[in-house]
Design a protein around this ligand. Sequence first.
Ligand SMILES: NC(=O)c1ccc[n+]([C@@H]2O[C@H](COP(=O)([O-])OP(=O)(O)OC[C@H]3O[C@@H](n4cnc5c(N)ncnc54)[C@H](OP(=O)(O)O)[C@@H]3O)[C@@H](O)[C@H]2O)c1
Length: 294
Amino acid sequence: MASRAGVIGGSTRIVGVIGDPIEHTRSPAMHNAAFRALGLDWVYLPFRVAPADVGTALAGARALGLRGLNVTVPHKEAVLPHLDRLSERARACRAVNTIVVHQDGTLSGDNTDVPGLERALLEAGLSRRPAELAVLLGAGGSARAAVLALGARARHVVIAARRPERARALARELRRATGAELSAIDLADLAPGRATGRDVLSRASVVVNATSLGLHGEPFVPLDVASTPTRCLFYDLVYTRARTPFLAPAARRGRPVANGLGMLLHQGAEAFTAWTGRRAPVEVMRRALARAGR
Ligand SMILES: NC(=O)c1ccc[n+]([C@@H]2O[C@H](COP(=O)([O-])OP(=O)(O)OC[C@H]3O[C@@H](n4cnc5c(N)ncnc54)[C@H](OP(=O)(O)O)[C@@H]3O)[C@@H](O)[C@H]2O)c1
């Protein structure tokens, strides 16, 4: 087993991630630890691919016999026209984060951010019983997967964005893809003292941040945390620190909180299984992710 010995040989199977930039990725640490743990002769590599080169990169993956790819910012939408098949959730999200290169050279695309977030929310303590209401902050790329994940867990998902017209467009577009009711509000309405925000937040079982706010430690917009039920879960897709600027005020008020490492882990575990056909060694991957962040 070449990769178990740390040696890449002629039979080593190659997977990887494309993005731009790519230097920050923790996925190689997570997947290579999993391959080693299962004694698989596989290796996972990061590839920086410029936006203009996405099609060429996928043709190259096929030609070089790669087994699969993860896709990260800013390519999750751009890969779509280059794929032969899409899963239902990838089609609904119009975003792909996992590609499988099949034996016949065809490429299929999936969005494992959807089950990844759902699993992470359950692991962070969200009840398995359907919630009355979930709040999603942001209407960008990852919000699309988050709408589907939250729609599977709540009867009503309220999307709040600084440009409410983007939230409304997202709600319109994904309405048919989820069984949940979708509605849109202005992110500013969730500040303390606003009646709309108080009404929404007082019924929320979970508030998910899918904005990029807080990624570099910058302050989060004011949120009326006090109006949420005491067991309302605050979940941040950002994972650069344990208590992100979104999570810190909620934690101070005793609300359960979790950062996006769980989502990163579980989307990766789904991709691992799609490529190898093996059950992912989730705890090995979790430890590797934590080490990669130090
Ligand atoms: N944990 C994971 O596995 C995972 C997976 C995917 C993404 N992420 C993280 O999720 C975050 C979002 O990623 P993305 O791909 O969705 O990014 P994106 O497509 O650029 O969307 C960013 C969203 O944040 C909003 N936003 C940015 N600055 C804001 C501000 N100052 N005030 C209010 N809203 C603001 C944007 O609003 P506008 O549209 O008005 O600009 C947009 O809705 C990133 O931090 C990313 O690292 C984590």
